[in-house]
Design a protein around this ligand. Structure first.
Ligand code: PLP
Length: 403
């Protein structure tokens, strides 16, 4: 069996979620229909909403079901921006970071290009942690012109956890709504969902099904809809709700949030053994991201650069040896791009292109770590030689051009 070390991309479905979904799939009924079958579907949806709200310590009214994290982020960023600028057109600023997931980053860019939003980039330090003082200064300077602040809870590439309590406090003082992308945090570390004004998360990152997620949105948060239609989900997310997925999502949230501290401790211990093992077989490897407990870095994340190796080659070599990891960065038109997250942290492009993410989750075992450590020396050796050949070829080509 392959060693799956890509839980941050998606993590296996929990048995309890599968069973709950299989049960729900056997029932017909649109949750908006008024007959008995519809009412039964509505009841399952509302029970799931309550279970998720209870597990997170928020009101059921705050839970808006979406088709995943991307949609929840888009609904928050665009929905808050449209609602706030409709009330006061002078609120055109969005304060955010360059390390956000594309679900936030591209929504912000889109608002900049098409709606005239002014984007203010908050700096992050070398570990990927946001500068709260800069946020306070920006908010104090122009609170009235800011539509929203968007900062992720935990980064999907390097796992750095942001000081959300301090960020929420700064936003509250300024009276500016805060959206938090908590897709990599919920189910991995304890989160206080009452801190932000809105919070996105996704079922498939915590043992639930693919294609369902939620936005937790405070009752009085102004939110314009992205989809128009039947008026489901507080009139901001029209569309027939996916009852079986929602039922599976709720089962996964309840399971993952019960005993989260113990699971986080166990996962962090396994991750630390993975890091120690890599440093023993590849002392040249550089660990990227924050160091510390679960308030600094999510427990399942290990992110390293392997100088002299191209990460795509290394990933494919590990894959052929049965070890599944991730480069974490986008590939545009077949050309690997250095990760925008690593560049924002001040890491140079060559180091960024040599980086891999290993992410552990609820099914990870010491055998997964052992499989990686067994495969890594050969993969590094081959990727390193391929890198030398490539560099040699480039030098030769440059020499030919010059002569
Ligand atoms: N935000 C973060 C931080 C993520 O890691 C991801 C997925 O990788 C998303 C948003 C998007 O979530 P989904 O896959 O549910 O659309």
């Amino acid at each position: 069996m392959n060693a799956y070390l890509d839980h941050a991309a998606t993590t296996p479905l929990l048995d309890c979620a599968r069973e709950a979904m299989v049960g729900a799939l056997g029932h017909t009924g649109n949750a908006s229909s008024l007959h008995a079958a519809g009412r039964a579907s509505r009841r399952r949806t509302e029970e799931s909403r309550e279970a998720i709200a209870d597990a997170l310590g928020v009101s059921p009214h705050a839970v808006i079901f979406t088709a995943g994290g991307t949609e929840a982020d888009n609904l928050a960023v665009k929905g808050i921006w449209w609602a706030r600028t409709a009330r006061d057109p002078s609120r055109r600023r969005i304060l955010t970071t360059r390390i956000e997931h594309h679900a936030v980053l591209d929504a912000v860019h889109w608002l900049g290009e098409h709606e005239g939003a002014e984007v203010v980039w908050l700096e992050v330090d070398a570990s990927g942690r946001v500068d709260v003082e800069q946020l306070r200064t920006e908010l104090e300077a122009q609170p009235g012109s800011t539509a929203l602040v968007a900062v992720m809870w935990a980064n999907n590439e390097v796992g750095t956890v942001q000081p959300i309590a301090q960020i929420a406090d700064a936003c509250k003082q300024a009276g500016v709504p805060l959206h938090v992308d908590a897709v990599q945090a919920v189910g991995s570390i304890p989160v206080d969902a009452a801190l932000p004004d809105s919070m996105a998360f996704s079922a498939h990152k915590l043992g639930g099904p693919l294609g369902v997620g939620a936005l937790i949105a405070r009752r009085r948060l102004d939110l314009a809809p992205l989809t128009h239609g039947g008026g489901q989900e507080r009139q901001v997310r029209s569309g027939t709700v996916d009852v079986p997925s929602i039922v599976g999502f709720a089962a996964a949230v309840e399971h993952m949030l019960a005993g989260i501290e113990d699971r986080a401790r166990r996962t962090a211990a396994l991750r630390d053994s993975l890091l120690a093992g890599i440093q023993a077989v590849a002392p040249e490897a550089i660990v990227n991201g924050a160091v510390g407990g679960v308030d600094a870095r999510v427990p399942g994340n290990a992110h390293l650069s392997f100088p002299g190796c191209e990460n795509d080659a290394l990933m494919m070599l590990l894959d052929s040896a049965g070890v599944e990891a991730s480069t974490g960065s986008a590939c545009s038109a077949g050309v690997p791009e250095p990760s925008h997250v690593l560049l924002a942290m001040g890491i140079d492009p060559a180091q960024a292109r040599s980086s891999l993410r290993f992410s552990l989750g609820h099914t990870s075992t010491p055998a997964d770590v052992e499989a990686l450590l067994a495969a890594l020396p050969t993969a590094l050796d081959r990727a390193g030689r391929a890198g030398q050949v490539r560099a040699g070829g480039q030098l030769a080509a440059a020499g030919r051009t010059g002569s």
